[in-house]
Design a protein around this ligand. Structure first.
Ligand code: EPZ
Length: 421
């Protein structure tokens, strides 16, 4: 299995274009199922999760074509409603195919989704919402058999937690349901607004995305469309943390600064200078990073849980002690033990991580435990003296489009082991 090898200590500089958002392209690709004509999706990052989504679509009878960063899907020939367990297990976002398939054919068979192990990741909010919309769900031998015998009907849904995936699934089932669906306490992440923009351009009638309450007026039928995926705010934060931890100066292009306000303020608090102009920003690291007393992850527009591992990796090199509070997932610190192999001084207790900044990190062998935890190891490896070898990099490849090439472009001494090249 290939590994990533980093010879740390290089100062990053230069400029890059940030990839399209993983957490937007995945629900948008699922949404092509509800549009029974050809949809063209631009700015699709080259990720293994995108490959998995295309495999699911193809398996359901859709015709897919990838040309560079554009994926075209013709779901006119949809001929199945069962998603293979092997593909369901590949990623968390496979669960949003449930809403899309039911939205199109009124039934679906799925198994529990896979994805990063960040603690229990139930889908109770998804299922209870779909039941309110007329779906009956029976579980047998690990599969969920879902059917809306009398068709999907609009419903008033109160989410006990503003779940991103549940909000997406409800929207996908509601766009062609009979009547109005209202989602109270909906998730407000930009990726949900991007999904709604895609669906509305295909003839859907969705209002209120980005606020607590989303309204979906069901329509008879959607049509084909063309859409460009928003920039990935977490990938952007990843490359910013890599620049900051190496004392560098990097320009990021093709970003949406307005999606990153909570993250930018934490980078500034750590002493980084950030200049924004349109869809670009320049981050200049201070000579020495300052500690950030407390960072709390929360739902959008607060600090995103996905940027937590990158922030923790960066603060390993800050002067002083920082505290990170993880409020979204129960067990999102599995990568910390791997960071400690590079000399990081971090203590975790429940949802709290206390990071004692240290002068130097030293390269070591380690393994990615999940997508963003793996990226945190890359970030720390860039600042460590000597060589860092990172194994289990399939986790990282789920969400980053050529992270090795992108960092090498910024001057990092980073490569794959032989098997990958
Ligand atoms: C999405 O996951 C993202 N994944 C995650 O990004 C992100 O961390 C998360 O939203 C929060 O922003 C994709 O979009 C593919 P949730 P999702 O439903 O939809 C609990 C990454 O690194 N919950 O908002 O699974 C759940 O256990 C990934 O790119 C229920 O209890 O997140 C968790 O504690 C990691 N019941 C919390 O809500 C449910 O039915 C947030 O989950 C659903 C969720």
């Amino acid at each position: 299995m290939s590994e990533i090898i980093i010879n740390g200590g290089r100062v990053l500089s230069g400029e890059i274009d940030v990839q399209g958002a993983k957490n937007s392209v995945l629900p948008v690709l699922a949404a092509t199922i509800v549009c029974p004509q050809t949809c063209t999706v631009h700015n699709c990052p080259d990720l293994s999760d995108v490959e998995t989504s295309v495999k699911i679509l193809t398996g359901l009878g859709c015709r897919c074509k990838r040309e560079g960063n554009t994926v075209t899907v013709d779901s006119g020939g949809l001929s199945d409603y069962k998603i293979p367990e092997s593909l369901m297990r590949e990623m968390r976002s496979s669960v949003v195919f449930l809403g899309a398939v039911i939205g199109r054919v009124g039934k679906a068979v799925i198994s529990s989704p896979g994805g990063c192990e960040l603690g229990p990741r139930p889908i109770d909010l998804h299922l209870s919402a779909l039941c309110k919309m007329g779906v009956t769900i029976t579980e047998e031998h690990g599969f969920l058999y879902c059917e809306a015998e009398n068709g999907l009907r609009g419903a008033e849904i109160n989410l006990s937690f503003p779940s991103v995936g549940a909000t997406e699934n409800i929207i996908l089932a509601a766009v062609t349901a009979k009547g109005l669906t209202v989602i109270h306490n909906a998730a407000k992440e930009p990726e949900i607004s991007d999904l709604a923009d895609f669906l509305n351009s295909a003839g859907a009638r969705i209002y209120g995305c980005g606020s607590d309450t989303v309204y979906i007026n069901g329509v008879e039928r959607l049509h084909g469309t063309e859409h460009s995926i928003i920039p990935d705010r977490i990938a952007a934060a990843t490359y910013m943390a890599c620049a900051a931890v190496t004392g560098g100066k990097v320009k990021l292009n093709s970003i949406m600064p307005s999606h990153m306000m909570s993250q930018l303020s934490v980078f500034r608090e750590s002493g980084c200078n950030i200049e924004i102009s349109g869809k670009s920003l320049v981050i200049t690291a201070p000579k020495v990073l300052s500690r950030v007393p407390t960072v709390r992850s929360t739902v959008y527009p607060g600090f995103p849980t996905d940027a937590g591992p990158l922030m923790i990796a960066m603060l390993c090199k800050a002067v002083g002690t920082s505290v990170f509070v993880e409020n979204i997932f129960e067990n999102r610190f599995r990568y910390v033990d791997e960071l400690k192999r590079l000399g990081a001084k971090i203590k975790t207790e429940g949802k709290i991580a206390v990071i004692e900044g240290c002068e130097r990190l030293s390269g070591a062998g380690c393994k990615a435990t999940d997508l963003r935890g793996g990226a945190a190891l890359v970030c720390a490896g860039l600042a460590a003296s000597g060589n860092t070898r990172i194994g289990e990099i399939h986790h990282i490849e789920r969400g980053y489009d050529d992270i090795v090439g992108t960092l090498a472009e910024l001057g990092a001494d980073i490569k794959y082991t032989a098997e990958k090249e």
